[in-house]
Design a binder for this molecule. Structure first.
Ligand code: GCO
Ligand code: MG
Length: 407
């Protein structure tokens, strides 16, 4: 089998999905997701200008060899742009291999370890009453786990990921013009309010619901240690990104002071970014995504490595991931012996389903993977022409005195 051509498409309903389609001389094709949120044109250009020309004529069955060829051949290794581009190629090749074998990808990985994989939804509110309504909405749909984010009193327009306009796909992207939106942050107010918020949620919703919370890299190591200690009483499923992920020593203090489960990794691109965190058991959940971490091939190795140190998966599943990478992660989740939970944003608009048709489905807070060969998700080229690229940015955060802080 040979790769004859490959094409990159940018666009989607409310999102600039970057979709790669790889075609072969046997008529089989595969699809992959290279969407790098708010920097979408970069992996698209990397694919078009540098990678696709090297793919032509290669045997798509040699997934490992092709991955090594691009990773080692790049010389400048890792980085989100390159890894998202490699990730899309890798997903598309697994899709082709599954179709050629007439098997879903989870079978190629070793078969199912569970019938369906637990997912968590994003509940948020400008204040606690809105947050509670948002949580109720998910509980009514059968979710057992929710991430909770709430506006902080006296800190207007801030608090990470507060979905003010109920637009699930876009609340972390500012599309307003040529520069990013700016937000204000005050850790003191946040640290004072969060215990009150969680106490009220436990009183209202009881002990059974799994509660997750994302700090989004905003605390100093000392603040995180104090906060983690305080969080123990609320029995969180996890506390995410308490400190900026590139300062891994920051976690030592938190670990010494608290047993709150820690989830980190959405900004990591490879095992080299987290092998020490995993080996030293500084985290409980690894949150890489199959796209930004270079595809199924390296992610599978990372998951296996983590299993030896009792670290579970909790893959990133923000709205920027297209249904293709969600499917790729769905296959890994179905197999992984150390699966924990999957972040999942309900993209299920009819436009999105038309662009990416599939039989995967969500029911009662669980992701059910289809038995279709390959990744089990298609891409409709006729649909994508309806969408054009819209530039967006992540917001920039400043402290009240104007100092730039971590978004
Ligand atoms: C999450 C994340 C995201 C990021 C986003 C950045 O836990 O889902 O923190 O929402 O902010 O992926 O592009
Ligand atoms: Mg996060």
């Amino acid at each position: 089998m040979k790769i004859t051509h490959a094409e990159v498409f940018v666009g989607g309903p409310g999102k600039n999905y970057v979709t790669l389609k790889i075609m072969t001389d046997e008529g089989l094709y595969g699809v992959g997701d290279a969407t790098l949120n708010n920097r979408e044109l970069l992996p698209a250009a990397y694919l078009k200008e540098y990678l696709i020309p090297c793919l032509i004529g290669k045997d798509p069955q040699k997934i490992e060899d092709i991955w090594q060829y691009f990773y080692k051949g790049a010389y400048f290794r890792r980085g989100p742009v390159a890894m998202a581009a490699f990730g899309a190629i890798d997903q598309a090749l697994w899709d082709i291999k599954g179709k050629a074998a007439n098997m879903p990808v989870y079978q190629l990985l070793g078969g199912k370890s569970r019938d369906a994989s637990k997912i968590y939804a994003h509940a948020s509110g400008v204040d606690i009453e809105h947050l509670k309504d948002s949580i109720r909405g998910y509980l009514e749909q059968g979710y057992e786990a929710v991430r909770v984010q709430c506006g902080i009193p006296d800190m207007p327009g801030s608090g990470y990921a507060i979905n003010q306009n109920k637009d699930v796909k876009n609340y972390i992207t500012s599309f307003n013009g040529n520069v990013p939106k700016e937000e204000v942050w005050d850790s003191k107010k946040y640290l004072r309010y969060l215990p009150k918020m969680l106490e009220e949620l436990r009183v209202t919703f009881g002990e059974d619901i799994d509660i997750l919370h994302d700090v989004h890299h905003r605390l100093t190591p000392r603040e995180a240690a104090q906060f983690g200690k305080e969080m123990e009483q609320f029995n969180l499923y996890w506390l995410e990104d308490p400190t900026p992920a590139e300062d891994q020593d920051a976690l030592k203090l938190l670990r010494q002071h608290s047993t709150v489960p820690i989830a980190i990794g959405e900004v990591f691109n490879s095992i080299y970014d987290c092998h020490q965190l995993i080996q030293n058991q500084m985290i409980d959940f690894i949150r890489v995504s199959c796209t930004y971490a270079g595809g199924i091939t390296p992610t599978r190795k990372l998951v296996d490595f983590a299993a030896h140190f009792n670290v579970k998966t909790g893959f990133h599943g923000a709205p920027s991931h297209s249904p293709i990478s969600m499917a790729a992660q769905g296959h890994i989740n179905a197999w992984a012996p150390n699966f924990g939970i999957q972040e999942y944003l309900v993209l299920g608009t009819s436009e999105c389903d038309q662009l990416f048709p599939s039989d995967h489905f969500v029911k009662n807070g669980h992701f059910h993977i289809s038995d279709a060969p390959g990744l089990g998700v298609d891409f409709d080229e006729k649909e994508v022409v309806k969408y054009s690229f819209n530039k967006g940015y992540h917001p920039v955060t400043r402290l009240t005195d104007g100092t730039v802080w971590n978004y």
